[in-house]
Design a protein around this ligand. Structure first.
Ligand SMILES: NC(=O)c1ccc[n+]([C@@H]2O[C@H](COP(=O)([O-])OP(=O)(O)OC[C@H]3O[C@@H](n4cnc5c(N)ncnc54)[C@H](OP(=O)(O)O)[C@@H]3O)[C@@H](O)[C@H]2O)c1
Length: 280
């Protein structure tokens, strides 16, 4: 299959690129300085030239803290860029896979979120991703919105890497224990993509199974990395008042995608163990 991948050098995009290429697909990716989604004429030209069968957009403004300070960058990166892309592909017969986030939810639920739960983002990043979802739903018929969460992987910054660096430096680590989510391995999302191509269009949740607080997640990272957990200490979210609000519970229920893709997704602990073997 001929695939155009935006964000193909990012944390998630890199694994999607490697996996789909290994599967024999012909995947085109570009650095942001070669093909910026905000440069609509070049984007249109490249889409016409490549003539992809599907477009995957893993690009975006992903700095949750930064978004509160840089509204324009967050809007440009997550909403305007997507609006421009959608304008081009709405006139063509090309489906879009787009990645959204658990941070569109407010966390008041205490059981996993399903696709039609009411979104109510608590921070500006979450709002921009929710707006992006609206742009897609209002203008495209052939789309997959894949909401995922708490990504870790080899090709960029992620929580396990930060924790391991701090453990190696023997730093004290204070981590919130009152925010619960589902850590998700980028390779496991990448492995699911060929099945996504065969599913009905729509919104899907996709994360590794299981749930954990950032604090317990840090302890698991230390454990599987072969470090002591003594330096890790729990704190409450209000002790970290300088960062934007995040949902206290944002676990995603992935049963719809598991059913539609006819493919299981494993627990995050098994995925984390595998990742730590690569990382440490
Ligand atoms: N990371 C998570 O925990 C998480 C959780 C839930 C959902 N998601 C979603 O999953 C997707 C992938 O996340 P990620 O963590 O892989 O992000 P990432 O590592 O920040 O990668 C995003 C990539 O997009 C590129 N990019 C940004 N703006 C662009 C533009 N205007 N034109 C072309 N390329 C552009 C970036 O290039 P530069 O680096 O050069 O700026 C970067 O390579 C995002 O949509 C994110 O919202 C992520």
């Amino acid at each position: 299959m001929k695939i155009l991948l935006f964000g193909g050098f990012g944390l998630l995009g890199n694994d999607i690129y490697s996996f789909l290429t290994e599967c024999g697909h012909s995947v085109f990716r570009f650095q942001k300085n070669e093909l910026n989604l905000l440069d609509i004429s070049l984007v249109r030209e490249m889409i016409n030239e490549i003539n992809p069968e599907i477009i995957i957009n893993s690009a975006g403004y992903t700095n949750v803290n930064g978004a509160e300070l840089n509204y324009k960058d967050a809007i440009d990166g997550n909403v305007k860029s997507l609006h421009l892309l959608v304008e081009v592909i709405s006139k063509l017969d090309i489906p879009l896979i787009y990645f959204s986030t658990d941070y569109i939810f407010d966390g008041v639920k205490n059981i996993p979120y399903v696709e039609n739960d009411f979104p109510n983002p608590l921070n500006f990043y979450g709002w921009t991703k929710f707006m992006a979802e609206q742009v897609i739903q209002a203008n495209l018929e052939q789309f997959y919105i894949i909401r995922t969460a708490w990504l870790f992987g080899n090709n960029g910054n992620c929580f396990p890497k930060t924790i391991i660096t701090m453990l190696k430096n023997k730093q004290k680590i204070r981590v919130v224990s009152d925010q619960i989510g589902s850590p998700t391995y980028t390779m496991d999302i990448a492995r699911m993509i060929p099945n996504i191509f065969k599913m009905p269009f729509g919104i899907y949740h996709l994360s590794n199974k299981g749930e954990v607080s950032w604090y317990h997640y840090s302890k698991l990272i230390a454990k599987y990395g072969g470090f002591s957990t003594d330096l890790i200490e729990p704190i409450k979210s209000e002790e970290n008042a300088s960062v934007p609000k995040r949902p206290s519970y944002s676990v995603l229920d992935s049963s719809k995608i598991v059913k539609c893709a006819s493919s299981e997704i494993r627990g995050f602990e098994e995925a984390l163990k595998e990742f730590m073997l690569i990382l440490v």
